[in-house]
Ligand binder design. Structure first.
Ligand SMILES: Nc1ncnc2c1ncn2[C@@H]1O[C@H](COP(=O)(O)OP(=O)(O)OP(=O)(O)O)[C@@H](O)[C@H]1O
Ligand SMILES: [Mg+2]
Length: 268
């Protein structure tokens, strides 16, 4: 039985000294050179960094789509390196929701069937899957588009379908690699608004983005450079920062009240 104190403090993601080396014939590409990172439940984190700095490599390891060369990874307190093939497949399918830059939807299937897909891999209950997929589409504001195929949807709506598909298994972590990379700025704002809403509802979210204004919606930005973390800082969305700003604003308005109740007398 797990100690409730331990489980309360358990992080969603905890990686230590993570390295990834790609072998290309005799060549070696050091994509991650020792990354340490802890992400708590219900955090909203953006990962930034120049092209080739290792962002996608890191996301693929976090999503258990790829294994690191060395280092440790605790996902919800469980060591991923000790998981067997069956457990890993289950984690990928149920614990992690992945959203890609290019949506990756099945072109001939309706929005509803695309969202049902992850559930059909795990449990074969068609009706249950259908109900869950409808709920997920409703959550992303697409209840009225469930029978449209991807080519009958706008870019932003396609990405919403992809987000619904990532959410349909109620994953503990939502990972998104440049989810707004193929969208215009208005549609991109719409998708990032959706992520903020999901975060407010308690979802843990990690996104990769090249855009500072997209990253500014997260509460924390981790910057990678050449396979290492260069900086890891809270943004203005960080809850502690927000509380501090609110307190300062309240104090200012109290002061303004005091001043208006006790007008300073003119001295000349
Ligand atoms: N499958 C692979 N085989 C060999 N090298 C790879 C592979 N995938 C990535 N790399 C190399 O690893 C490094 C990190 O790549 P990665 O895709 O993680 O970068 P990124 O930060 O996501 O870049 P971008 O912003 O362009 O998407 C790059 O130098 C890349 O060439
Ligand atoms: Mg990438």
């Amino acid at each position: 039985m797990m100690n409730p104190m331990t489980s309360a403090r358990m992080s969603a993601i905890e990686i230590r000294r993570l390295k990834k080396v790609y072998k290309m014939g005799v060549e070696r590409v050091h994509a991650l050179r020792g990354v340490d990172m802890t992400i708590q439940k219900n955090e909203f984190v953006a990962i930034m960094g120049p092209s080739g700095s290792g962002k996608s490599t890191l996301m693929n390891v976090l999503g258990c789509l790829d294994r690191p060369t060395s280092g440790s990874y605790l996902l919800n307190g469980k060591p991923v390196e000790k998981m067997g093939a069956g457990e890993l497949a289950n984690v990928r399918n149920v614990e992690i929701g992945f959203v890609f830059q290019t949506f990756e939807l099945l072109p001939r299937a309706s929005a509803l069937k695309n969202v049902m897909l992850p559930l059909l891999y795990s449990k074969a209950n068609w009706l249950g899957a259908r109900r869950a997929a409808k709920r997920a589409l409703d959550r992303v504001g697409l209840a009225d588009r469930q029978h449209h195929r991807p080519n009958q949807l706008s870019g932003g709506q396609r990405q919403r379908v992809a987000v619904a598909r990532a959410l349909v298994t109620s994953p503990s972590i939502l990972l998104a690699d440049e989810p707004t990379g193929n969208l215009d700025s208005v549609t991109s704002d719409e998708i990032i608004g959706l992520f903020r809403q999901l975060h407010d509802e308690g979802q843990t979210i990690v996104i990769v983005t090249h855009e500072e204004d997209v990253a500014g919606h997260a509460a924390r930005i981790i910057r990678l450079y050449d396979g290492r973390i260069r900086s890891d800082l809270p943004t203005a969305q960080d809850p502690i920062h927000r509380e501090w700003v609110n307190q300062a604003a309240e104090r200012l308005s109290d002061l303004a009240d005091e001043v208006s109740q006790h007008p300073v007398e003119a001295t000349s």
